[in-house]
Ligand binder design. Sequence first.
Ligand code: F6R
Length: 605
Amino acid sequence: MCGIVGVLGNHEVSPQILDALKRLEYRGYDSAGIATINRGKLDLRRAVGKLINLSDILVHEPLPGRSGIGHTRWATHGGPSVANAHPHRAGRVAVVHNGIIENFRALREELGAEGISFSSETDTETIVQLASLYLERGMTAVEAARATLKRLEGAFAVAFLFEGEEDMIICARRGSPLCIGHGQNEMYLGSDAIALAELTDRITYLEEGDWAILSRSGALIFDADDHQTNRPVTRINVETARVDKSGHRHFMAKEMAEQPRVLQASMSHYAGLSGGDITLPAELDFANTDRLIMVACGTAFYACQVAKYWFEKYAGLPVELDIASEFRYRDPVLGPNNTALFVSQSGETADTLAALRHVSPHVAQVVSVINVPTSSIARESAVALPIHAGPEIGVASTKAFTAQLQVLALLALKAGMQRGRLTPEAFEARLAELRAVPGFVAQALDREEEIRRLTETLSQARDVLFLGRGVMYPLALEGALKLKEISYIHAEAYAAGELKHGPIALVDTDLPVIVFAPHDGLFEKTASNMQEVMARQGTVILISDAQGLAEAGDVPYCLQMPTVPEFIAPIIYAVPAQLIAYHTALHRGTDVDQPRNLAKSVTVE
Ligand code: F6R
């Protein structure tokens, strides 16, 4: 959600900043901009839309300078326009910002009373106007930045560049991630380490409340109480941080194809390549947990919804689920023996992080399942379990979803053992099934051409209905979310049994109904619901295994999945949900990796 970059370099920095912004574009692509200092003077270029538009401008109007900051925006306050694009400038200051300044109205009024007029609709401009005012009142750059930061309320990451200060960037982290990169007599700043992967492998992650003064020779870091502090320099694996499409047309295509390898890697991390145990941090204790509270957003929430079935069935653990943005604004009843589990690919989702902070003091243990081990959610959890999926760049989550499911399945089995609900034999049998997941996912991916053909007609639809029962219900929800987000086709998902309580009124010849129904204990029930749709001329696309398809009879469209054990079926059936959305989007010519209005990492509420 907005990406920030800063470079104090020894060469022209615009190309470096632009390159780093490309790796942050997944955070937002409503507009982009760069500011530099050249021969003591501040200058900037900004463009609406994707970075390519900014690159084009820079070709015709280069931006020289060896110190600079850059930004890629996901609009919050004020629509996508050049005036609202960052960097914002006032007098001798330029600012890039990620997050929300909650008291911006009060600050605008106060600054307005000083005779200051605003040139944008953004909350960010209050930061730059304040800093500029403080400079005019005689403060130094450091004093002005510090005084400005003290006035800001909300969650944000911010960077200041001052005219006349070619060897200085001031930055601050409060609620939104920010890291510093160390080079050879160069220093860098980025919203994440991926942004800086081509520049350095030496990274310092700022802690909550930190602010820092960067110069080419290093960084002075201060904590929230203004005490100078040391934060460690960690070496990142630039290979894993490096992002490219590896010959695929889209990041989403690459990330779907990577799933068998990712799932294998994640599995071998937690359970080795063979054997009958799952290795998890020793302090992780489900034996004394009386209730599991799972909280997440979007696709990660659907992973929790699947896992609820597993924790209940295999561990006998009562589970409560909620969407993070809802959870934190009700008064959840929390108990000292509750375990709270947060699932997040980015580990930075503002609502999930806020929910975590809300429950932390009141529960026995806070556990997270994340993809980014250095993320805020990981760092603020007692136990953080990485899914080892590698960077996920496509806005639509794919490999992270299946990897989240796999780690949650392992956790549910471990909980089952700790709580004495699974016999060693049953535990080993389920673990063996999990070990087979990568192979089955590869088989499901092999159905791509069939799915592509199916989506030729589907892409003409105005609305699509997804149905599933039991663990297939969250899969239906995930299928509908994927389709909406990248093809812009309106899609809804229902628990198949719920159809006759209202939504069946929608069914007509124009409504494709996609049914996820492996031949499991609920198959007969789902098949009856499917018949109800067909009796009303609905066009059914049934996704099932050989036995399910054979028993279903005459269904207009069928897609055969491998026959898989019931336990792991949700992980395998995620693949057609993803491929249906992907190929429908291709037919419709939408922007698969960067769908409109969305951003990958949602760091605002
Ligand atoms: C959908 C999607 C989103 C995310 C959600 C949570 O494809 O990617 O719904 O799942 O924004 O993000 P994380 O997992 O980063 O907390």
